[in-house]
Design a protein around this ligand. Structure first.
Ligand code: CUA
Length: 315
């Protein structure tokens, strides 16, 4: 596959690239060809037929030229028909999910991605898939319209509230690829990023097992520390005292906190629980009400573990 072409496409990592890339390159080269042809014509004719001293007055000129007119109708018609059928072929492939595809549920919300696997594993902002296997994505949004976009896979599809949209792909090369949200969805749209990790079959099975483990054999606080990273809390809340998009959570347990409305409160178990499930109920002074709810994402056991972890940060 030609990746050094002037169209600067990202590396072709999914099977769709064989359909998308040649068509895209064709469009780029055809546009370039006509751009040069027409611009050169305009410049040459402007010089050749410019007004000269002592030149004769322009006559009436021909009113039309049938052959010329047919040419500029037939050539563009052929070009757009080529682009249509070529694009339609690729579009159909993208629309029809192979029967043997594995299914992953994708949930978008302001401003992160969660992925749920049929085996029970779950991840936030990281989609892990096996190489050379068709993957079907069943996607929905909890709030506004987002768009699932992985340039290396040539996959982009809107993710809507109140209905499912479906996309699929088959990655052919192991590696880590960027996932974007490609639909403006509010203040932190540009930070709604994720990774797609394409791994070998064996690594995938190991990852599934590791991510399905629900903290068995771990202390609540250790399990909470794991959730804090895997559920992406850490992207906004530091645990070293540095403020981020949200307040740092170092040493907050048992301390008094002031809010934009209502009286100050001492941080306790119920306050943490409320802040995770109803983040907009109380807003800490100096911060924006931007945290998404984790209702339906965290189980009671997960909440217990996170609370235990935050307590441990105050010891
Ligand atoms: Cu989600 Cu932009």
């Amino acid at each position: 596959m030609d990746t050094t072409s002037i169209s600067l496409l990202p590396p072709p990592v999914s099977t769709f690239a064989q359909d998308v890339d040649p068509l895209f390159n064709f469009l780029v080269y055809a546009s370039l060809f006509f751009f040069i042809l027409i611009t050169t014509g305009v410049i040459l004719f402007a010089i050749k037929y410019r007004r000269k001293k002592g030149a004769e007055e322009p006559g009436k000129g021909p009113s039309h030229n049938t052959y010329l007119e047919l040419t500029w109708m037939i050539i563009p018609t052929i070009l757009v028909l080529i682009v249509f059928f070529w694009g339609f072929k690729g579009f159909m492939k993208m629309s029809i999910v192979p029967k043997d595809a594995m299914e992953i549920k994708v949930t978008a919300q302001k401003w992160f991605w969660s992925f749920d696997y049929p085996e029970g594993a779950a991840a936030v902002n990281e989609l892990v898939v096996p190489v050379d296997k068709s993957v079907k994505l069943l996607m929905s949004s909890k709030d506004v319209i987002h768009s699932f976009f992985v340039p290396a896979f040539r996959v982009k599809r809107d993710v809507l509230p109140n209905r499912y949209t479906i996309a699929w792909f088959k990655a052919v090369k192991e590696g880590e690829y960027q996932l974007f949200c490609a639909e403006y969805c509010g203040t932190k749209h540009s930070e709604m990023l994720g990774k797609v990790r394409v791994v070998s079959d064996r690594e995938y099975k190991e990852w599934l097992e590791k991510s399905s483990a629900s903290g068995e054999g771990m202390t609540p606080s250790d399990y909470g520390a794991k959730l804090f990273v895997s559920k992406a809390c850490i992207t906004c809340h530091s645990v070293d005292g540095k403020p981020g998009n949200g307040p740092s959570l170092l040493g907050i347990f048992g301390e008094e906190t002031k809010f934009t409305t209502g009286p100050p409160m001492v941080v306790d178990e119920n306050y943490i629980r409320e802040s995770i499930l109803e983040p907009r109920a109380k807003i800490v002074i100096g911060y924006q009400p931007i945290m998404p709810t984790y209702q339906g994402i965290l189980k009671d056991k997960d909440l217990d573990a996170l609370i235990a972890y935050l307590k441990s940060l105050s010891e």
